[in-house]
Write a protein that binds this ligand. Structure first.
Ligand SMILES: *[C@@H]1O[C@H](CO)[C@@H](O)[C@H](O)[C@H]1NC(C)=O
Ligand SMILES: *[C@@H]1O[C@H](CO)[C@@H](O)[C@H](O)[C@H]1NC(C)=O
Ligand SMILES: CC(=O)N[C@H]1CO[C@H](CO)[C@@H](O)[C@@H]1O
Length: 197
């Protein structure tokens, strides 16, 4: 992947806000999209929202106002947790966790809190995260050794981009408005979100 100075400095800005983010050994990472030919999506943060993933859309974290949970210990940002068996999770505090998988039409999605349910036609394995090799550097995520695609979707009064894996059954094959992008990752060692709705 072509890594230019703009990407590195954008990520430096992103990671400098996160204490200890220089640790390249952690499985936790935040992510941005890279596609230097498409200024709409280039360097946009990847956010989880409503069991899907988007660019140019806020993340849907939630923390219950319950006595036993101190919400000040949890963050409001989308952090991933990659496992050595090829599975991918969101970095959350909620018991049971929240797993990321590919839905039948290719959409990158995640399980609801308190539900480990992945449909039979969902694919939860063969995510490969290549960690950053240097402090503050960029890693990459691929699914089945292939990249990801962003497709415009109307949200309120503007267009965000929903994220898909480039699988053979990708639901947007005949769309002309989708664009491939690099899933660039940055090591993270801060606290998790409580949960994503
Ligand atoms: C995505 O989430 C981050 C917090 O993780 C937030 O700073 C950013 O503004 C969000 N992006 C959009 C477009 O809302
Ligand atoms: C495929 O796209 C169509 C039209 O956008 C949508 O109605 C359908 O739910 C999608 N199917 C999947 C599996 O994502
Ligand atoms: C930890 C956490 O999720 N904090 C807050 C994030 O933002 C939402 C509102 O957008 C709050 O409800 C959460 O408590």
């Amino acid at each position: 992947m072509f890594i230019n100075v703009a990407i590195v400095s954008a990520l430096a800005a992103l990671t400098s806000a996160i204490p200890g983010a220089e640790d390249t050994k952690t499985n936790y990472f935040t992510a941005i999209a890279t596609h230097s030919g498409d200024h709409r999506i280039h360097l946009q943060q990847i956010n989880a929202s409503g069991q899907k993933f988007y660019l140019i859309k806020g993340t849907s974290t939630d923390c219950p106002q319950a006595k036993e949970i101190d919400c000040s210990k949890y963050v409001n940002s989308t952090v991933f947790d990659s496992r050595s068996d090829g599975t991918l999770y969101l970095h959350v505090g909620v018991p049971g966790g929240q797993q990321v998988y590919i839905a039948s039409g290719g959409a990158l999605v995640y399980t609801a809190p308190h539900s480990a349910n992945i449909p039979d036609d969902g694919q939860a394995a063969t995510f490969t995260h290549t960690r950053p090799t240097s402090s503050g550097g960029l890693g990459t995520l691929v699914f089945d050794n292939k990249g990801f695609v962003a497709c415009p979707v109307k949200v309120d009064h503007y267009y965000a981009y929903q994220l898909y894996a480039w699988i053979p059954k990708f639901n947007g094959t005949f769309r002309t408005d989708c664009d491939g992008f690099g899933f660039a990752t940055s090591a993270y060692s801060g606290p998790p979100a409580w949960e994503f709705s």
